[in-house]
Write a protein that binds this ligand. Structure first.
Ligand code: SF4
Length: 391
């Protein structure tokens, strides 16, 4: 699935402290309807089959429903809306969504991703910088749930809410049993977030809470994932580094694009080039088993909290028992998709090892001629495979 993140306006009805827009970021203008339609059609022709309407706040667009219908007409399979949910409390919008859904072809689906960062009104509104929005967002969630729209939550981990996240999960489980997944994100240092560095929590303090919360989600039947924009060092993820590695693999630039009024580019947030520009590692990272898959720590975070929390992996967490002790991977040069690229191969090697695979065999046309072959073999050896072979 190739996803387009389409931010067609910069305006919003909240003023979140962690917003990546604002600050020194270029101001995104409102893209007129005709231009939006042209972009949507062109991107579909380029192979995107999923589109997320982002913002600003996309529900502020009076033509949002029309654009969603247009996206379905162009052939997108999934049309998502990334929203603070405030406007879903009023019947007009949800009725329009209902109408769009009734015209969808089999297989096409609307997904709504609602930002909600606390179950406590005071904390939520402190973070969103907007009085009176908490109850509206909850009302919106109730409407979405009542109409059975596929709805997920987006939760930013900050200094103000990390201690209460367990309560948040229990609240969601109790009040919104229709919520199928929660995406967690650490703060992406850009825009207004950079002006509010006090909301960056110390990661080692968050770690035990995060560990607990991910396990709780699993027990409550809620799928948890990580956003690619707010990633952290793998060694501070409380043993859930696989979630970050999965995200890294899913958001490869080949699989996602970003369009707004200031840019049209492949998704760069998950590239090593981007991470190298914005993050740092420390000398002891060289001894870390997962160094190849870790992007390090934000420079702005290190300036504030230092790098003393980083702790190299000496083993892989939670190796599971499995009967599949031997694995084989085609790394032939004629494979052009992401999974054959270096990072894709390293991610696969890691995943199998995490499931306790002990031997690995690489094969494929010209596999030996790959320029990254030493890196691939070295990584497999470092992870503890007892036998690494190359045909
Ligand atoms: S020790 Fe360094 S390379 Fe290893 S997970 Fe931590 S930051 Fe990443």
């Amino acid at each position: 699935m190739k996803t387009l993140h389409f931010s067609s306006l910069g305006a919003c009805n909240q003023r979140c402290l962690f917003c990546v827009k604002g600050g020194d970021s270029p101001i995104e203008r409102y893209i007129p309807t005709a231009e939006c339609k042209k972009i949507i059609a062109e991107k579909r022709a380029e192979g995107y089959d999923s589109i997320d309407f982002d913002g600003g706040e996309p529900t502020l667009r009076p033509d949002l429903a029309g654009l969603m219908s247009w996206a379905f007409k162009c052939g997108y399979i999934i049309v998502g809306v990334v929203t603070n949910g405030v406007r879903f409390g009023s019947p007009g919008l949800i009725d329009k969504f209902e109408k769009i859904r009734s015209n969808c072809r089999p297989g096409q689906e609307i997904r709504v991703y609602v930002s909600l960062h606390s179950h406590l009104e005071s904390v939520s509104e402190r973070l969103t910088g907007s009085k009176g929005t908490f109850r509206k967002t909850l009302k919106g969630l109730r409407s979405l749930q009542a109409r059975k729209f596929s709805t997920g939550l987006y939760y930013i981990i900050t200094e103000y809410n990390y201690r209460h996240t367990r309560g948040f999960i229990e609240f969601v489980h109790r009040k919104f049993p229709g919520i199928s997944n929660i995406t967690f994100s650490y703060i992406y240092p850009s825009g207004r977030a950079l002006k509010n560095m006090h909301i960056y929590p110390k990661l080692s303090l968050v770690e035990p809470y995060f560990r607990d919360v991910i396990s709780l989600c699993a027990r409550r039947g809620i799928m948890s994932s990580i956003s690619s924009c707010g990633t952290i060092p793998l060694c501070l993820t409380g043993g859930h580094e696989h979630l970050f590695i999965d995200r890294f693999a899913r958001d490869s630039p080949e699989k996602a694009g970003v369009v707004d009024s200031t840019k049209d580019e492949l998704f760069t947030l998950a590239t090593m080039k981007y991470h190298r520009e914005t993050k740092i590692k420390v000398p002891r990272c060289a001894k870390c088993l997962l160094e190849e898959l870790c992007s390090g720590i934000w420079k702005v975070y290190a300036d504030r909290h230092g790098t003393g929390e980083l702790k190299p992996f000496r083993s892989i967490h939670r190796l599971r028992k499995t009967h599949n002790r031997r694995r084989e991977l085609d790394i032939g040069q004629d494979m052009q998709d992401f999974s054959s690229g270096t990072i894709g191969v390293l991610v696969q090697i890691y995943k199998w090892r995490r499931k306790s695979a002990q031997r690995i065999r690489f094969f494929g046309r010209n596999a030996r001629a790959r320029p990254d072959i030493d890196r691939i073999l070295g990584f497999a050896g470092k992870l503890g495979y007892t036998k690494v072979s190359l045909d």
